[in-house]
Structures are given as C-alpha cells and as structure tokens.
Ligand binder design. Structure first.
Ligand code: PLP
Length: 331
C-alpha cells in the first residue's frame, strides 16, 4: 500500500498500458561524466522519447483511463509546453478534443509543435499561474475534463522510467532527476525506494525560481514565487495549492536537492550535443549540469541522470554550443 495513491503495482500496470506507444529510451553510458564524477554515470535519454519528453508516459496512461463520458467532453491542460504537446499527441491518436493553455512565456517552438498536432492552443497571461487560472475558467465554461499532472495515473506513467532504470541497471545507487511540480521524481522515487530505500534520489532545479525546492524548505506549498526567464523553461511554473500527491512524494523521497545556474545549464546543453550528439533542452540538462558543476555530494556506484526532454529551439542550442565548444578538444 502507498499513502500517495500510487503504488509500484500501478507503475507496472501503466507500463503494460503504455509500452506499445512509448519508446524504450536507451540508457547511455557517459565516459566523460564518469571521469568527472569518478563513478559510473549513465544518461536515461528521454529527450529521444516520442514528443521529445517523458511527459507522453503519463499522458497515455491518463487519457486511456478516462471514462467514455470524460473522453467525449474533451480535455484541457495548462502547460509550459511539454505536457501540452504530449496530451495533444495522445488526444489526437485517441480522436479526442484537446485544449492546451499556455502563457505568453511558452517558447515558440513548443507552441508551434502543439498547433501542428491540431490541438486548440490558447495563449493567455504573462506567466504560468495566469494561464492556469484561465484554464480553470475554460474548463468550467466549456465543460472540459481537466488533466493535472498531480494525478495518480500521470505519476504512475512517469514511474515507468523507474522500472526501466531497474531493468537496465539493477545495481543503480543514485539518480538525478529534474524537478518542477515533482511528479517525475515522485514516481521514480516510489519505484526505486520500494526496491531499495538506500537508492539516493537527487532532485535538480534551476536557481531562477525553484518552486518545489522553496516549498520543501518551507514545509508547505509556496505560492506567488515570481516566474523568471530561464533556459529550463519546462521547470517553470507554480504548484497547484490543491496539490494532493507530488509535494508529499517529494518530501518523502528526495534525499538531496541541487540548484543550477543558467550558465551551468548552458554548459550542460553544449556538452550533451558535443560529446553525446544529444539534443537536450534546458530542463533536460539540469541533472548533467548538477554533476558537471560538482555540486552533488560524493557519488559512488552506478548513477543515472534522467535527461527529460529535447524540445529546444535549435538556433538557440547551436548558438549556446558554438560559444562553448570553440576552444575545446574534440574527442
Ligand atoms: C515536466 C518536465 C520536467 C519536470 O517534471 P515534473 O513532474 O513537473 O517535476 C522536467 N523536464 C522536462 C523536460 C519536463 O517537460
């Protein structure tokens, strides 16, 4: 039993339900990060996932579990981009209507990719919280089914990453996971900690407004954290005050929390492209950034970094990489 409404069994059920529609992403050994950390480091490449982020795992698990009546009404979500893209993709496959609410801050490449999936895109407000308020207004006005990421089906879908990590690396000792609202690290933590409570869960966010980090410090969900411009745009946005699951899961499972700067994120994005030929967005690179900046306490054994997404504006990535690779040896 779990006091969170999500069990390891739920993760296995989710795995069965979603596996024909998600990619089994590779776990890639990193020679360079292994040298930096002086212990074995692997990248779980969810940037190569369908819709280019892990969010599709939760989205399929949730949307396929809706009742007939909920499906017919159509779904609405608020998103900084990736959750919206995943829900739009799955809704299209299932022949459902989807409304995706984004703030004016959402990166253009993310907005365009959602429109491409023929979902209805509503851009409203200057920050995530404003878009969120508006999405609740539309939910009621149009009778749509609201899909929040603080949901047992979504969390169980994300938890399937924990199962894959165990299958590929049974002797895993630590995992670094990017954190926004905490469903991803909560789900992975649920799986790994129930197998072995000693597996170290390391959360990573950007300095430019880590809402979960602040909330954990305060012992309660902190509202009104100002949203700031960041390369890790997928980690921006507040936590719903009615949060039921993810905050408590983070309280229980996160052993260590690291914050990274914009420059550290940029370095990590350039590193992933140059050394691993992986296209990684800012949010997806924060785990690599934490390790490269040597902010993580001494690691030992087998370490996995969840590289969560690859929805990055390519000209921006190339610019970041060019600036940082000039003087370096190409190995
Ligand atoms: C959503 C997202 C995260 C954070 O997931 P949470 O479950 O909200 O903590 C991390 N990286 C990327 C690329 C994301 O899209």
């Amino acid at each position: 039993m779990s006091d969170f409404g999500v069990t390891v069994r739920d993760a296995y059920i989710a795995k069965q339900r979603i596996q024909s529609n998600v990619r089994r992403t590779p776990l890639i050994h990193s020679l360079w990060l292994t040298q930096t950390a002086d212990t074995s480091v692997f990248l779980k490449a969810e940037n190569l996932q369908q819709t280019r982020s892990f969010k599709i795992r939760g989205a399929i698990n949730k949307l396929t579990s809706l009742t007939e009546e909920e499906r017919e009404r159509g779904v609405i979500v608020v998103s900084s981009g990736n959750h919206g893209r995943a829900v739009a993709y799955v809704a299209k496959q299932l022949g459902m209507k989807a409304v995706i609410c984004l703030s004016e801050r959402a990166p253009r490449n993310k907005v365009e990719s959602i429109k491409y999936l023929t979902a209805e895109v509503v851009v409203h407000g200057e920050c995530y919280n404003e878009a969120e308020q508006y999405s609740h207004y539309l939910e009621k006005k149009r009778g749509l089914t609201y899909i929040t990421s603080d949901d047992p089906f979504i969390i169980a879908g994300h938890a399937t990453i924990g199962i894959e990590l165990l299958e590929d690396l049974p002797e895993i000792d630590a995992v670094l996971v990017p954190v926004s609202a905490g469903g991803l690290i909560g789900g992975i933590g649920q799986v790994l900690k129930s197998v072995d409570p000693k597996v170290r869960m390391i959360g990573v966010s950007m300095k430019r407004e880590p809402v979960m980090y602040r909330s954990l410090k305060a012992g309660k969900i902190v509202q009104n954290v100002e949203e700031k411009e960041t390369l890790a745009d997928a980690l921006a946005g507040g936590i719903d005050p009615n949060n039921k699951y993810t905050f408590r899961m983070c309280q229980k499972y996160i052993d260590e929390f690291i914050l990274v700067s914009e420059e550290e994120i940029a370095e990590a994005m350039a590193f992933a492209l140059e050394k691993h030929h992986l296209v990684v967005e800012g949010a997806g690179a924060v785990g690599i950034a934490a390790l490269m900046s040597r902010k993580v306490g001494k690691l030992r054994g087998n370490v996995a970094i969840v590289v969560t997404g690859g929805n990055v504006d390519l000209p921006l990535l190339l610019e970041i990489t060019k600036e940082r690779c000039k003087e370096k040896d190409i190995v």
